[in-house]
Design a binder for this molecule. Sequence first.
Ligand SMILES: C[S@@+](CC[C@H](N)C(=O)[O-])C[C@H]1O[C@@H](n2cnc3c(N)ncnc32)[C@H](O)[C@@H]1O
Length: 339
Amino acid sequence: MLARLRDEIGRSGGWISFARYMEIALYEPGVGYYAGGAPKLGAAGDFVTAPELGSLFGRTLARQLKDLPYPILEFGAGSGALAHTLLSQMEVEYSIVETSPELAARQKERLGNRARRLDRLPERIRGVVIANEVVDAMPVHAVAWRAEGIMQRGVTFDDGLRWSERPAGGALLEEAKAIDVPAPYESEIGLIARAWMKELAQRLEEGVILVIDYGFPRHEYYHPQRSMGTLMCHYRHRAHGDPFAHPGEQDITAHVDFSALADAASEAGLEVLGYATQAQFLVKCGITEVLSEANIENALHYAPLAAEAQKLLSPAEMGELFKVLAVGRGVREPLLGFQ
Ligand SMILES: C[S@@+](CC[C@H](N)C(=O)[O-])C[C@H]1O[C@@H](n2cnc3c(N)ncnc32)[C@H](O)[C@@H]1O
């Protein structure tokens, strides 16, 4: 990985953007974190997502999805855990778009022919698109607002990988200028996530796009006190802020600017159907009813389920930091999770 990065930095005149760095570190064939064979998700890996905790998240989400008469298209399905639970709850056509060949192989092994992998995004989509903890893994541009002006943060190599700044330009500068923060201030701008949403929204003829991830609306994302940005890395269940620590062996993420995603969807003609914290959404979908189906007398069965609910709902865990954004076209009924 280091040789690959040095080579790319050298060929690019000694500097690459942070977005390019993140793209190589996570997705470069053969050496990128998501391209390689490390476990990544679950107890033996680096992080645990809601579907990896157990089936409670998926069974609750299924209550919302059963109201929507559409095929499901899941982005970045990880180990296939969410697809596995949803398919156990409902008869539905299920497709997956997955960038990591290694995870696609795991999904195939787990799901067999019950889900099909799409190599490309369909031209027209009628369906429910789900992206759980996918947008946080999309490369972001790193920006610094300094006394002397707005800089783009990038990466150089001398005796190791180092941050290095250049004056920002083009679309990034325009976006950064529209954000009012007190210098000095560092943060991220998700140009790639916005482009992803815009393309998806343009192709959505009818249906819903559900983005579930950690993040904030814009005024909280670029809050004066969040002056060190939102980059977060996961290595063997330890979260830290150094994206250069274990390139290729650790996850690198940024929080999601949900206002930017909603704007991108609106620009493509979609409606915002709902926005809520994960806790609010799961409660409205009926997580307590799902819990009540369990045998409360059997502590061995019930205790792990209660612990799972606690993780999903508690403001100290995923309940408040994680949000659910729904945008769509042609959906008349209000969505259960936002009522
Ligand atoms: C943090 S994992 C989350 C996996 C799963 N959704 C879960 O909740 O357990 C991120 C997933 O998104 C995939 N991914 C990242 N960028 C993607 C993109 N642009 N399109 C499709 N999948 C993507 C990764 O390969 C990986 O499967």
